[in-house]
Design a protein around this ligand. Structure first.
Ligand code: UDP
Length: 358
C-alpha cells in the first residue's frame, strides 16, 4: 500500500527513523516534511545520523501563530494528498504538523493512522493537548505506546480503533544506543562555539515547553537548581530559549551549567544514559531516562507518561529551585517486571496491524 507520512518536529524524525525502516520493507512511503523544525541542528542532523530517507516533499512552513502555521500546512498537505492519492496517512504525536496532516487527510476520506495516540494531560491550555485529542478522534487506527493511553482512548469511545503496540521511541532508543556504545560521538558543541569535553559525572537538562519558556521565571529557577548540584549540568538549548539561556547565564552567574547547541539524537541518548540524573520537560527525554534506568525530574504540571512515575523513577516538580533540588534527592524503586513501553518492536507491530486492516 502507499502511505504518506507527515513529520515536522524533532521527536517525529526520531520516530519516523524507526518506523520507515520497517514500513518501507513492505510498503511504499512518501515522506512529507512540513518544515516546522527546519534548521541544521533541529532537522538535518537527524536525517543524516539516523539515515532517514530524504523527504519527498519539503513544505518549508515554519513560524507564525499556531493558526497561521497549521492553516498553511493544511493546504500544502492537501495538495500533496491530491497528487499522491495514498491509501493512508501516517502521523506521530501531537504537533501542529500532526493536526494539519490528519485534518487534510480525513476531509479527503483518506484513513489516518496515529502513532503515539491516547496521551492526555486533561487541560486544553496545553497547545499539544488540542492536537492530540483532535487527531485521535479523526484517526482510523490509533497506536498507543502505553496501557494508560489505551485506557484514555477507551474512555473517549475510541477503544475499538486502538491498539497497544509499545513505543517507537523505545525501538529507536534500543536500536541506536547499540550503535553509540553509550558515548557521545565526539566533543560536544558549546553554545558559544567552543567544543565541550564530557565531564566524568554530570546531570542532563533539557527544557523547551511553552509553559516553561514564556518568560524567564521558570527557566531561572530550573537553572538555579542545577547550579547548586554536586556535578556539572550539560544543557543543550532549544532554539526557542537560546536568548533567555544566554541572558540568565550572565545574570545568575552560572558556573556549573554548560550551555550546548542542540545536539544530535545519538549524543542525546548517550547523555541521558550517562547522566547521574535527568531534569527535563520533554516527553521524549523523560521516557528515555526511564528506558536507561536513570532517575528523572520532570518540570511540568501534568503526568503525560504515568508509567514512568511508578516507584518515583520520574517525578514531577514545579519550576521552583527548592522543589527541583528536593526531588533530585529521591531514591527510585525500579519496576521489576514487564515494560509498559513494549518490547522495542512497536514499529513491526504497527506494520503487521496495517497488513490485517488494508
Ligand atoms: N534530543 C536531541 N537533541 C537535543 C535535545 C533532545 O536529539 O538537543 C532528543 C531527545 O533525546 C529525544 C527527543 O529529542 O529523543 C525529544 O524531543 P523534544 O524534547 O524536542 O520533544 P518532545 O519529546 O517533548 O515532544
Amino acid at each position: 500500500m502507499k502511505i504518506v507520512t507527515v513529520v515536522g518536529a524533532r521527536p517525529q524524525f526520531i520516530k519516523a527513523a524507526a518506523m520507515s525502516r520497517v514500513l518501507r520493507a513492505a510498503h511504499e512511503e512518501v515522506l512529507v516534511h512540513t518544515g516546522q523544525h527546519h534548521d541544521p541542528q533541529m532537522s538535518d542532523v537527524f536525517f543524516r545520523e539516523l539515515h532517514i530517507p530524504r523527504p519527498d516533499y519539503d513544505l518549508g512552513i515554519a513560524g507564525g501563530t499556531h493558526a497561521q502555521m497549521t492553516a498553511r500546512m493544511l493546504t500544502a498537505v492537501e495538495d500533496v494528498l491530491l497528487k499522491e492519492k495514498p491509501d493512508a496517512l501516517l502521523v506521530y504525536g501531537d504537533t501542529n504538523s500532526t493536526l494539519a496532516g490528519a485534518l487534510a487527510a480525513v476531509k479527503l476520506h483518506i484513513p489516518v493512522l496515529h502513532v503515539e495516540a491516547g496521551n492526555r494531560l486533561g487541560t486544553m491550555a496545553n497547545p499539544e493537548e488540542v492536537n492530540r485529542i483532535l487527531t485521535d478522534h479523526m484517526a482510523a487506527m490509533l497506536f498507543a505506546c502505553v496501557p494508560s493511553a489505551m485506557a484514555e482512548l477507551a474512555r473517549e469511545g475510541l477503544g475499538e480503533r486502538a491498539f497497544w503496540v509499545g513505543d517507537p521511541m523505545l525501538d529507536a532508543f534500543r536500536y541506536y544506543s547499540a550503535q553509540t556504545g553509550g558515548k557521545p560521538q565526539g566533543a560536544l558543541p558549546g553554545l558559544d562555539g567552543q567544543p565541550v569535553t564530557l565531564p566524568k559525572r554530570f546531570y542532563y537538562l533539557t527544557c523547551h515547553r511553552e509553559e516553561n519558556t514564556r518568560d524567564d521565571a521558570a527557566l531561572s529557577q530550573i537553572l538555579l537548581a542545577m547550579e547548586g548540584l554536586p556535578y556539572p549540568t550539560l544543557y543543550p538549548v532549544h532554539p526557542r530559549n537560546r536568548d533567555a539561556a544566554l541572558r540568565l547565564r550572565e545574570s545568575l552567574g552560572l558556573r556549573h551549567v554548560t550551555l550546548l547547541q542542540p545536539i544530535g539524537y545519538l549524543d542525546s541518548v548517550a547523555l541521558v544514559a550517562g547522566a547521574e540524573r535527568v531534569v527535563t520537560d520533554s516527553g521524549g527525554v523523560q521516557r528515555e531516562a526511564f528506558f536507561a534506568g536513570v532517575p528523572c525530574v520532570t518540570v511540568f504540571d501534568y503526568a503525560v507518561w504515568p508509567e514512568t512515575m511508578a516507584g518515583q523513577c520520574n517525578v514531577l516538580a514545579t519550576p521552583d529551585a527548592a522543589d527541583i533540588a528536593r526531588k533530585l534527592t529521591l531514591t527510585p524503586i525500579w519496576p521489576q517486571e514487564g515494560n509498559p513501553f513494549g518490547d522495542g518492536h512497536a514499529c513491526e507491530k504497527v506494520v503487521a496491524l496495517l497488513d490485517t486492516r488494508f
